[in-house]
Design a protein around this ligand. Structure first.
Ligand code: OGA
Ligand code: MN
Length: 329
């Protein structure tokens, strides 16, 4: 992946250095003016674009080049207003509507705890996500944590013990994904009265072909509630042994955000990610904003019916779900 990109600026090509972040995946690209990038080969599985210089508007515009964008409309019920001018921007930060740092015991902090597990974005929706583009609007001070960490789930599949690989290929397991499940796992006592089994789950095959590269991917992550056709015990054993394999240190990279304006782009159909946590929590602003691209591959919808419902918590009358919905605001 490391190499040189050519960017045309002021009619002279500029060389942009691509630095390796990890031997099997991930690159860092400094000072690229993304809003001016030509239609070259800008698609990859994991890239940190340092000082990409995007605003909310150019972030959303640039993201559209990857495909149709997901939006937060399903969550905006009861007169709630989006935090930004664009429904396409998801709030992945720790800032309240007044700009203060969220208390670590606030409902939204409890909601966010599930992001500390390796996951893929939107696997709980009928149509999954391909790319996520996460931008640092404002970072906490250096050395207070808050890295974002990634796992290479294609290499995880390639390096599995042969017997397990064969079993997976033969059985062609289906994972049932639930946002309720990962939120509850992130903060079990806060969400004690929430029962993921009461809500629809969405189904995606665990072993899938990553179409852009032709490689095989393990499509897992913390939103998986269970694997169909297995007992609860068998399902847990298999999910967590595969997750454990995928997130071994040699298969992961911890990406340090360096400057406000940095942008990380990843392909959820080839990598998992998680929020690294750290001393900044409850103390310093970490304002991250994300766009999420709807997958357009042939397995985008998994085994789900093609419909526009996304399990935003507004869709359910259940009081426990409403508590979860309130924790998102
Ligand atoms: C996300 C996410 C990780 C982070 O925005 O999807 O998981 O480091 N973010 O905040
Ligand atoms: Mn995420």
């Amino acid at each position: 992946m490391p190499g040189i990109l050519q960017q045309q600026s002021d009619e002279r090509p500029t060389q942009i250095e691509v630095k390796e972040l990890h031997p099997t995946f991930g690159a860092e690209i400094d000072n690229v003016k993304l809003a001016e990038l030509s239609d070259g080969d800008f698609k990859t599985v994991l890239e940190l674009m340092a000082k990409a210089g995007l605003t909310d508007t150019t972030h959303v515009d640039f993201s559209r080049r990857f495909g149709d964008l997901d939006d937060i409309r399903p969550y905006m019920t009861g007169g709630r207003k989006p935090r930004y001018d664009y429904y396409e921007l998801f709030d992945a930060g720790n800032v309240d509507e007044k700009g203060n740092v969220l208390a670590t015991d606030s409902p939204r902090s409890h909601y966010g705890k599930g992001n500390a597990f390796f996951h893929v974005d939107s696997s709980f929706n009928p149509r999954r996500a391909s790319y996520s583009l996460l931008r640092a609007a404002k970072l906490p001070p250096p050395n207070t944590g808050g890295n974002t960490e990634f796992s290479d789930s294609r290499t995880a599949f390639d390096t599995l013990p042969e017997e397990l690989k064969q079993r997976l290929l033969e059985k062609d397991y289906v994972g049932a994904h639930s946002l309720h499940s990962s939120r509850k796992r992130g903060s079990p006592s806060f969400f004690a009265d929430l029962h993921p089994e009461d809500f629809p789950m969405h189904r995606h095959r665990i072993v899938q072909r990553h179409e852009p590269s032709g490689r095989t991917n393990l499509y897992l992550g913390a939103h998986i509630h269970h694997i169909e056709g297995l007992s609860e015990t068998e399902s847990w054993q298999l999910v967590w042994s595969l997750m454990g394999w995928a997130i071994r240190p040699e298969n992961t990279v911890s990406v340090e955000w360096k400057s406000d304006g940095d942008l990380i782009i990843w392909d959820n159909t080839a990598v998992m990610h998680r929020a690294g946590g750290g001393a900044y929590e409850g103390k310093y602003v970490r304002d991250l904003r994300r766009t999420t691209v709807h997958d357009a591959s042939s397995t985008a919808w998994g085994l789900n019916e093609k419909k526009d419902t996304r399990p935003g918590f507004n869709s359910f009358e259940n009081p426990a779900s409403q508590k979860l919905q309130a924790s998102m605001t």
